[in-house]
Every structure is written in C-alpha cells, then in structure tokens.
Design a protein around this ligand. Sequence first.
Ligand code: PLP
Length: 411
Amino acid sequence: MFYYKNNELYVEDMKVADIALEFKTPLYIYSKSHFETQYKKLDEKITRRHLICFALKANSNLAVINTFAKLGAGADVVSAGEIFRAKKAGLDTTKIVFSGVGKTPDEIKYALENNILMFNIESFEELEEIEKVACLLNKTAPVSFRVNPNVDPKTHPYISTGLKKNKFGISHTQIVDAYKKASQMKHISIKGIQFHIGSQLTDVSPFFEAQIKVAHIMRELLSLGIKLDIIDIGGGLGVVYENEKEPDLDQYANFINEAFKDFPDSMIVLEPGRFLVANGGIFVTKVLYRKQNEGKNFIIVDGAMNDLIRPSLYDAYHKIEPVVKKNAKKITADIVGPICESGDFFARSREIDSLERNDLVSIFSSGAYGFTMASNYNSRCKPAEVLVDKDKVKLVRARETFEDLIRGETI
Ligand SMILES: *Cc1c(COP(=O)(O)O)cnc(C)c1O
C-alpha cells in the first residue's frame, strides 16, 4: 500500500507529501487496507476454529483497534489501560485475553468487571490473587496458564520470551501443578493454555517446537481429567523490514493442525501484533540540517527516538527513503534526531540519496511498536497519527500541544 509512482511516495491513493504538508511532521501515516489485508491473509490460512486477538501493544490507536474489531478480531492486552482502549474502540471485551507477568489487583478487578475471555496467568501467586479478587466480586475468573516451553525463537534477545532465562510464563516442569491447584479453586474456571516465545520470527519452526510441547502438556492434563477449550498460540509472526523472508503461513497453519490434531474441539487463539500492523505504517520526518564532522555525514531530522525508538532500543533496521526521489547522488550518513543522546538515531552509516533541507523522508515499517513506544523525552510533543483509507485521510490522533506536556502537573 506504500509505493512510488513517478518518484513520489504514495500511500494507497494519496501522495505522502500532500499528507505531510497538511498534518506537518513528524507524522505517523497508516494504511487501513494494509491492516485489513494482513488480517484476512492470516484469518483465511487458519483452517481450524479460531480467534485472532490483535496484540494492542503493537499499535493501540483507537482507529486501528476499531479497524480490526470490525473484522471480528479480539484483543491481547497487557494492562487495564489497553482494556479501556479496546472498549473505547468498540471491541467486544468478551474477546479479550489478558497477558503479562504483573497484573495488579485493580487490573484484575477491571478485567473481571469487563467479562474478558481469559487471563493468561504467569505465576502461582498471580493465580492466588485472581482467585481472591474473583471471590470478592463473587465472580468466576476464566483462566489459562502461560507455559514457558524453553524454546529458542532465534530472534533478538530483547524480544525473545520463551526461554527459561526469560521472566515469562510458568516453567513446563511446574505447569501441571498449576492446573491441579487451579482446579481446586472455587472462583477459577480453567479455559486453556497459552505460550508466546518471542517476536519477529520469520522461521516458523520454533513455533512448532513449542506447540508440540504444549500438546504434550495437554495430553498429560487430559489424563488428569482437565480438558482445555482454548489453545492460545501467542503472537510473534515476523515481517520483512529489510531482506528477511516472510514467514510461511501455510506451514504455520499446517503446524497448528498437526501439533493439535488430538484436540480438534479446542479453539485456537492467535495473538499477532507486528504481523498485522508493522508494514502498514510509515513515520515521516523532515530534514532540518546537514553537517559533516571530520568526513562523517549527519542528516538531522525533526523526528527522534522519542517518536520511534526501535533503532535505538533494538538496533532495528528500518528502510529509509526520500518521500520525493530526485535521482540525487548517494551519500553515506547517520540519520539522527534532535534529542540530546548519542543513541538518538534512525540509521547509522546508511547509504541514502543526498538530501536537502526541508526534504521529507519516510521511515518504513513503523506501524508496530512505533507510536505505542513514543514518549515525551526532552519535552517533545508526541507526533500526530493519520489513517489513510483509499483517497481519504483522517487525523486519528492530534499532535500533542505544550498543554498536553504538563497535564496533571502542579508547582
Ligand atoms: C507482545 C506480545 C504479543 C505480540 O507479539 P508480536 O511479535 O507483535 O506478534 C503477543 N502475545 C503476547 C503475550 C505478547 O507479549
């Protein structure tokens, strides 16, 4: 949905340069069609009964959540704030799964009041807390346990979550005990099992390795009389940022069918985040200044690490191109923001068309973990977000103002 025509970048039927002129920079631009296409692609591949729960932390703008909600999606949330967002976006709260290692009692209460699909429990103490809160509310809490299958997802260490050294889930050696304990509790209703081994997996075989382990646990549970209605296989499907190969969705779907063939009645829950939104967004920023320090080129733009932190945080690669290509000669430069940190860069030693002041550049694949990780560091106002639908563009989050910066503060 992002393409060049006559050397000008378009999103769907609109020129990016026109949008940037109207809404200023720095700016996030999303393509609604891309979101819908990704969702349908995955939805059609999974042949078993399933529910796609969009992982909101990837992009929790209300308009984005609403786009998926309209297609029938549920949500994977990691805080009560995300439940609040899902509700505001018109998503059916009975399709919400609640993940995370540190749910507070208030968050548990809020989730129970909103009748979510289930809690993905990550510790024995959390189980006890959920039982306690459910008892106080005189409710039954639907739960599954997140198992840590100790599988190497072969991805960046910061986004690897299914190894025993990671903080996530309950060890596969203790998981059966967790179910036994839960089955004795009055206010707990056992629904399923969940795992999530990491993010940005382009090879789907580690998923299969984890699925096999989970199916093994399910057979053990069945022998104890514990039957699970839901198999939640987490998120983690990767996308192409640079030259990775796309994950093979046919193989992914086959693996699911194969691993869980003994459990044909259980519903599969998927929790994709990045896969649905990463390549549906660009971050547009404008060249402020250029300079050379001892032969090294710097291009200073008006966007910064507070707007898009992935390059700084994960050393992530994002393709960067001018919004209007002028067939300029190539230079090698660092593309950096105005923040007072050496880590404030979008690319280092990158070959790029030589740019001039006020030229617009697009940082691609910024639809996931872009705006949701934005902060106000250096008292910078968070950027605006717009959603393009064919030849229409809508402001879906206004650029912050100085007043937004100090909201709630007093002297
Ligand atoms: C972050 C997260 C996801 C989404 O991960 P992606 O790699 O964006 O698909 C899904 N489930 C859980 C529990 C998560 O923490």
